[in-house]
Design a protein around this ligand. Structure first.
Ligand SMILES: Nc1nc2c(ncn2[C@@H]2O[C@H](COP(=O)(O)OP(=O)(O)OP(=O)(O)O)[C@@H](O)[C@H]2O)c(=O)[nH]1
Ligand SMILES: [Mg+2]
Length: 296
């Protein structure tokens, strides 16, 4: 039996959460094409006959413009040294950028942990381009290995797991085998609602949204759930509600399908949209909204 912790770090949008979901075969972290989808450290647990790997998904590292932004970065850095291996995930279908360079410099300064370069989204590029990418990245850092994958298409994931296994140092199980994540149900519920907002709105909306679980009541045949959607401006509130409530209705029905899958029961979901000015820069609200649960 081998076990250990592995963190996924990289720029926003490179596909860290998608990759982790594929590895653990469950939707434990929400994903979207918007920047900064992940806001917390999220553990995804992988099991096979002789191995347990705890993956730690992190918020994409970026230039912070608010207290929330700072918090997200500090969580990502925090996961560099407490793990057996780091997966540095890059999007192989876009050029190497200042964001990647910034993270490489950070890793050079702040960690001795082995780093595997994961070239993701190879479903979007030719073998020729992939070969060039490998050469381009190889000399930038002393990576212990390079593994091209497609998290979305489940391509070459077994190879990645085999490589990770070489660096695991523990021999004990941390979680029961049925667990795919350590996140509390309350967190998973509000993240599902936030994911649907990310999917159904445009770029300006997502960053100003946080979700809070107001009520969870499990009856014999149904679960009653209410979630507050907190935004920092009234015009964002209008966008989320939509014409005659149409957008909010759409968000609600998509979220309900996922919640019913998660809870294996019928769900009655109520959503309320509220404005709370500048919540992203108010320490107190960040705490209330659950943004430092791994730091205390
Ligand atoms: N074509 C392709 N798209 C992918 C792949 N993996 C992820 N994506 C897409 O890339 C976008 C970002 O994916 P996420 O998994 O949310 O990215 P992330 O790195 O977790 O982003 P942050 O949480 O913001 O740091 C989504 O639209 C995914 O569907 C892949 O292997 N191939
Ligand atoms: Mg993510």
């Amino acid at each position: 039996m081998k076990s250990g912790f592995v963190s996924l770090v990289g720029r926003t949008n490179v596909g860290k959460s998608t990759l982790m979901n594929t590895i653990v075969n469950d939707h434990v972290a929400i994903t979207s094409d918007k920047a900064q989808t992940t806001r917390n450290l999220i553990q995804g647990i992988y099991n096979d006959e002789d191995t347990q790997i705890v993956f730690v998904d992190t918020p994409g590292i970026h230039k912070p413009v608010s207290k929330l932004g700072n918090k997200l970065n500090s969580q990502a850095y925090y996961s560099l040294n407490d793990v057996d291996v780091i997966l540095f995930v890059v999007d192989a279908s876009v050029p190497f950028g200042p964001g990647d360079k910034f993270i490489i410099e950070k890793m050079k300064k702040e960690t001795e942990t082995p780093v595997i370069l994961v070239l993701n989204k190879i479903d979007r590029i030719s073998d020729d381009v992939l070969f060039k990418k490998i050469l381009e990245y190889k000399d930038l850092y002393d990576f212990v290995d390079v593994v091209p994958v497609s998290g979305m298409k489940n391509d070459n994931i077994n190879r990645l797991i085999d490589v990770i296994k070489k660096y695991l140092t523990d021999t004990q199980k941390y979680f029961m085998e049925e667990c795919t994540t350590s996140s509390p149900m309350e967190f998973r519920i509000r993240e599902i609602v936030r994911e649907k907002i990310l999917h159904l709105t445009e770029e300006e909306v997502p960053h100003s949204v946080a979700c809070v679980l107001l009520n969870y009541e499990e009856l014999q045949n149904i679960v009653n759930i209410s979630v507050d959607i907190i935004v920092d401006r009234d015009n964002i509130k209008k966008i989320i509600i939509g014409k005659q409530g149409s957008k909010l209705k759409e968000i609600g029905s998509l979220a309900r399908v996922d919640l019913e899958n998660l809870l294996k029961k019928k769900v009655y979901l109520e959503l309320y949209v509220k404005t709370m000015k500048k919540w992203r820069s108010k320490e107190k609200y960040l705490k209330e909204l659950g943004y430092d649960i791994f730091h205390e």
